[in-house]
Write a protein that binds this ligand. Structure first.
Ligand code: URA
Ligand code: SF4
Length: 194
């Protein structure tokens, strides 16, 4: 168990390792690894799929078009970007933004698990099908079936959501995502109070 005041250092150290990681072939393609960013004591964590081109260039998660939409969504849930923690299931950009392979997801998984163990969020939002499958494989349901619903596992409440990038191309999903963020606001009040 990581002590309260050590969280920032332990997380920093982990992120330094991610920046130089060569555990999977994505290391050869990246400009920058994108460990994730936010509050080391965040109560709420968001997990996306993989860095895109803007993220790869800046070394920061969700800073492109999907990130701008995510910022808008955070406001709907009553969350400030700096109070949450945002990361991805793989920390390096797959060429042409293809879906990360199972091997890449497995290779990168210890980093995500370490981030969850250090930050100890109460609620983890899974953005899109890849994050859902990687984190809750036992659910065996599609994002369309489970979006906006809460699943508790190991004391953490997981909430699958449509991916903001996918929703940018699907106006219908954009509205669903906005509604789910309002639902999330209610869930946050409930989970964080008790
Ligand atoms: N899409 C993702 O899944 N993650 C990012 O960081 C940016 C876009
Ligand atoms: Fe390492 Fe993950 Fe990047 Fe692969 S994607 S090189 S496992 S940090």
């Amino acid at each position: 168990m990581v002590k309260e005041d050590e969280r920032l250092n332990v997380l920093e150290e982990l992120h330094q390792r991610i920046l130089v990681c060569t555990k999977c072939p994505l290391a050869n393609e990246r400009t920058n690894a994108v460990p994730g960013e936010g509050n080391p004591k965040a109560k709420v964590m968001f997990i996306g799929e993989a860095p895109g081109s803007e993220e790869d260039l800046q070394g920061r998660p969700f800073v492109g078009p999907a990130g701008r939409f995510l910022n808008e969504l955070l406001v709907l849930a009553g969350l400030k970007r700096e109070e949450v923690f945002i990361t991805n299931i793989v920390k390096c950009r797959p060429p042409n933004n293809r879906t990360p392979s199972n091997e890449e997801i497995m290779a990168c998984r210890p980093y995500l698990e370490a981030q969850i163990a250090i930050i100890r969020p109460k609620i983890v939002c899974l953005l899109g099908a890849a994050a859902l499958k990687a984190v809750l494989p036992e659910l065996k349901m599609t994002i369309s079936q489970v979006h906006g619903q809460a699943y508790t596992k190991s004391g953490i409440v997981f909430v699958p959501l449509f991916h903001p990038a996918a929703a940018l191309h699907q106006p219908k999903w954009k509205d669903i995502l906005r509604q789910d963020m309002l639902k999330l606001k209610g869930l946050l009040a409930q989970v964080l109070s008790g």
